[in-house]
Write a protein that binds this ligand. Structure first.
Ligand code: FE
Length: 300
């Protein structure tokens, strides 16, 4: 059975590209590269051509998750196993692959109706070292763990999402039965992994947007602190104070980006243990900032 190996890239739709360029370069410390057309730019985190494509389309949401498979054998095997399971698969043209800076790409839709791209062979530019938009203490933690993790809202049930992402070779399940004050019962949150990153995807209940948050991990704790300072200087709302999750044990905080969904910056996450456990609350911190949580699912 072929399996995806990591979250390789994301496509975001935004309403204010100029604001995103400033935010990505000066607050997150990513490298901003102009796109071929004025309506888009690329964000780099490492040697890859890009990790995020930002398109000015007014949607202010996640448009695509790009999941990597190891190579062309696994790519063909993945297409076959999805089709055998009744999933509609469209193999991208050479031009579509080239536009994404990958060797091959296929297009599928998950049970929520969300676009998912499965690819192999990203363009890696060892001739073009990562050049961050601002000073930083250290690099982002990418590598075999992919670019980070994403929490998405769900339109289908958690079970339907589990079944679909299992077909892609991901593993996981419910990890939190969150005790939320005022909620009628525990809130279940589901997490899926495809490598040693504790989770690549998190799934919560329905939400206004597809995306709840995108997490990027840094190699040095100082970069969590520096980002926290820069978020405050930029006047961006901090939504969840610094703290540590019980599942990935990452020291992180959450703030609102120019598209009004959340960014999480974290450090020191533990590796996936590949056995099921569940938690009722975080290890410490992560208090919601009063008055800021309206319209947001509780992130984890
Ligand atoms: Fe998270």
């Amino acid at each position: 059975m072929a399996s995806v190996t990591e979250l390789g890239y994301l496509t975001l739709g935004v309403s204010d590209l100029a604001a995103w360029k400033g935010f990505a370069g000066q607050v997150l410390g990513l490298e901003v590269v102009d796109g071929q057309t004025p309506d888009r730019c690329y964000l780099r985190m490492d040697y890859w051509h890009h990790r995020i494509t930002v398109i000015e389309d007014g949607s202010d949401d996640l448009k695509v998750t790009g999941l990597r498979v190891a190579g062309q054998d696994e790519f063909r095997e993945m297409a076959a196993q999805l089709r055998d399971a009744g999933v509609a698969v469209t193999i991208g043209s050479e031009a579509e692959a080239e536009a994404r800076c990958v060797l091959e790409v296929m297009f599928v839709t998950d049970p929520n109706g969300y676009a998912v791209e499965i690819f192999h062979g990203p363009l890696v530019q060892f001739d073009k070292p990562f050049h961050p938009g601002r000073r930083r203490h250290g690099p982002f933690k990418t590598g075999a763990g992919g670019l980070g993790h994403v929490m998405q809202s769900t339109r289908a049930s958690l079970e339907e999402n589990y079944a679909f992402y299992r077909l892609l070779g991901m593993r996981g399940g419910i990890q939190y039965k969150l005790q939320v004050p005022g909620a009628p019962g525990p809130v279940p949150l589901m997490f899926m992994a495809c490598n040693d990153r504790q989770h690549t995807f998190a799934f919560a209940g329905p939400g206004e947007k597809r995306v709840n948050h995108i997490m990027m991990e840094v190699e040095r704790m100082d970069d969590v602190g520096l980002t926290h300072d820069l978020v405050r200087q930029a006047g961006l709302p901090i939504i969840i104070e610094p703290g540590s999750h019980a599942n990935d044990q990452m020291f992180s905080f959450y703030f609102k980006n120019p598209s009004a969904f959340l960014s999480e910056i974290g450090w020191g996450g533990r590796s996936a243990v590949h056995q099921s456990e569940y938690y009722q609350r975080d290890a410490f911190g992560h208090a919601p900032v009063p008055g800021t949580m309206k319209g947001f699912m509780v992130p984890a």
